[in-house]
Ligand binder design. Structure first.
Ligand code: ADP
Ligand code: MG
Length: 577
């Protein structure tokens, strides 16, 4: 149970505020996350990590000398937006280029990739090494599809230590890849975690049972057993990890290994040490030499009851980088020569640009768009729990809170732009930026793309006609498909979006008014969203647990249906007036 919070939608931001307030000598807030408070030497490659909040000390707690240079902090369990990632990277970048390293999750990949494109377009070198240590999430033959869990600590630590020895970006990338290739993790859970404000856990494990291979966002486990003894758990985890040694390592005997025994949230340190006692014995019995073991919390999942074991198999290059000193709010090792603390504040870069001129007709349309966004916000507030529940069945449970935050921020930005005299296009593009920035996750990025495409097509001069709306919706559809690469049948929002755009175009071409055409299109979207219950997901976070979602509609398709149906109501009211 997460008991202490204010407004649940503000939880992640309020966490970040308190975290920075308590660690000012080590980290400082920049738009989108935190960077080191200490000076970063000119020309040094910066290692930027990030991900959803709720995994403390990942990711902000791992920022400091010897470890990450910065971390983008998303909403609870939701990827940070591309804008957040970009902004954190820009604030930390010191002339040596940027390495993005983070756990391999669809939403994070989408947003970090978009930020990488933006940095490169500005001439800043940027490369990515995703962490793929979780052996339960895909077979060994498909290692690059695996999720990243507590092993991220090892990759960020080694990459940053390499950067601090003065290696260039290509070399830091090589070392980070080498570290990722030599970590393997396995996790178990006894009880699910509860998002702030939620009435029930994100997922449940039956009493007395243990889910093996469960993801840190509650992605369902791969098998379930009785809860073993502490020794039994150590045997299971060490056994699984010794069964998959990294390439180039024939046997554990004689190898040097760092065990990282990680509590996921509500397993006590005492319990972890009881387990570790047996882990150490088993590794020694296998002939491995234990180096610098770690027992504690490195990547949690709110209050989830569970633990994971990571093995980092060292070699001559990785060992001194792993054992190099570090000083972050949560991870301290050896003795670091403190760099000077930076005094001046980084500019936010978020100056609210003036609203461009707009025609009277376009401003009249902007009033309707603002009303539509307001109605969408209300509907998503009401639907948030249901959307979260749908997403928790095979995904990570954040769809409700992400859509809620996106819609609130989008509406606020739209209303501000409208009050400043903006036309339809500007109201929509402002809403787009605010939505994707605040929502995070895959769907936040995709709704940002869609709203921006609508805004760019409708622009600020002409009165939007039924035909120009058809054209704009087509552009939004192409934008979402171009960005997310999902096709009809992949069990995503695209399954509702495509019939929506087709029905709207057909109705308007056949002479229907916008309100009538939109209503018909919305009905087809709602029906198509419901029909996704019969599909298996092929994209996004739900994919690894495809079969679990059979019988449940796709959350993104469902929310798409809700949104376009709500807009139909607003268009009907506007037409009646
Ligand atoms: P995340 O998957 O990052 O947790 P959300 O939970 O907010 O983000 O959104 C999940 C929804 O996003 C899915 O139900 C699906 O409709 C949509 N989605 C995921 N990946 C894609 C994609 N590649 N293209 C289109 N839609 C996608
Ligand atoms: Mg999700």
């Amino acid at each position: 149970m997460t008991r202490l919070f204010n407004d649940p939608t503000e939880f992640a931001d309020e966490f970040a505020e308190g975290f920075v307030a308590a660690n000012r000598h080590l980290v400082r807030a920049v738009p989108g996350g935190v960077i080191r408070a200490t000076e970063i030497p000119a020309g040094q490659v910066v290692v930027i990590t990030g991900g959803g909040s709720g995994h403390y000390p990942a990711f902000g707690g791992l920022v400091g000398q010897g470890l990450a240079h910065g971390a983008a902090l998303g909403n609870i369990f939701a990827s940070p937006s591309a804008q957040q990632v970009y902004s954190v990277a820009k604030a930390a970048e010191s002339g040596g280029g940027v390495l993005f390293s983070y756990g391999n999750y669809a939403g994070d990949v989408l947003n970090f990739d978009a930020a990488q494109d933006r940095l490169r377009a500005e001439g800043i070198a940027c490369e990515t090494v995703t962490v793929t240590d979780d052996i339960s999430s895909a077979p060994a033959a498909e290692r690059d599809r695996r999720r990243g869990v507590a092993g991220g600590l090892c990759v960020y630590k080694i990459a940053a230590a390499a950067a601090e020895t003065g290696l260039d970006l290509a070399e830091v990338v090589r070392v980070a890849q080498a570290a990722n290739a030599r970590i393997r993790s396995v996790g178990v859970a006894f009880a699910g975690c509860t998002l702030p404000g939620a009435g029930a856990p994100l997922f449940e494990v039956p009493a007395g049972r243990m889910a093996v291979g469960l993801g840190i966002h509650g992605e369902p486990g791969l098998s379930e057993t009785e809860v073993p003894t502490a020794d039994g758990l150590a045997e299971l985890m060490v056994g699984d990890l010794l069964a998959e040694l990294p390439e180039g390592l024939a046997a554990p005997a004689g190898a040097r290994v760092v065990p990282v025994l990680n509590g996921l949230g509500s397993v006590k340190y005492e319990e972890l040490y009881v387990v570790y006692r047996r882990v150490a014995r088993l590794l020694e019995d296998a002939g491995a030499e234990i180096v610098d073991p770690q027992v504690g919390e490195f990547c949690t999942s709110l209050d989830m009851a569970g633990a994971s074991l990571t093995l980092l198999w060292l070699d001559d290059e990785l060992e001194p980088l792993w054992t190099a000193p570090a000083d972050t709010p949560t991870y301290k090792k050896g003795s670091v020569t403190r760099a000077a603390v930076v005094v001046e504040d980084v500019a936010t870069g978020a100056a609210s640009a003036d609203v461009p001129p707009a025609s009277e007709e376009s401003r009249a349309a902007a009033v309707i768009i603002d009303a539509a966004l307001d109605a969408v916000r209300t509907v998503l507030d009401e639907a948030a729990d249901e959307l979260g529940r749908l997403d928790a069945i095979a995904g990570d449970g954040d769809h409700g809170i992400g859509m809620q935050r996106g819609a609130r921020a989008g509406r606020t930005a739209a209303a501000e732009a409208l009050a400043a005299g903006a036309g339809a296009g500007t109201v929509l593009t402002r809403a787009a930026d605010a939505w994707s920035d605040r929502a995070g996750g895959t769907s936040g990025a995709l709704w940002g793309v869609a709203l921006r495409a609508l805004g760019e097509r409708l622009a600020d001069a002409k009165r939007p006609s039924a035909h120009s709306v058809v054209d704009a919706v087509g552009a939004a559809r192409d934008g979402i498909i171009g960005y997310g690469k999902a096709e009809v049948g992949d069990k995503t929002m695209v399954d509702a979006l495509v019939p929506f755009a087709e029905t709207l175009a057909a109705a308007v071409d056949g002479g229907a008014t916008l309100a009538v055409g939109w209503r018909r299109a919305a009905e087809s979207a709602v029906a198509a969203a419901a029909a996704t219950a019969d599909l298996l997901p092929r994209k996004g976070r739900a994919r690894p647990h495809a079969e679990k979602s059979l019988g449940t509609p796709d959350p993104g398709a469902h929310s798409f249906g809700l949104i376009v149906r709500t807009v139909a109501d607003v268009l009907d009211t506007a037409a009646a007036e």
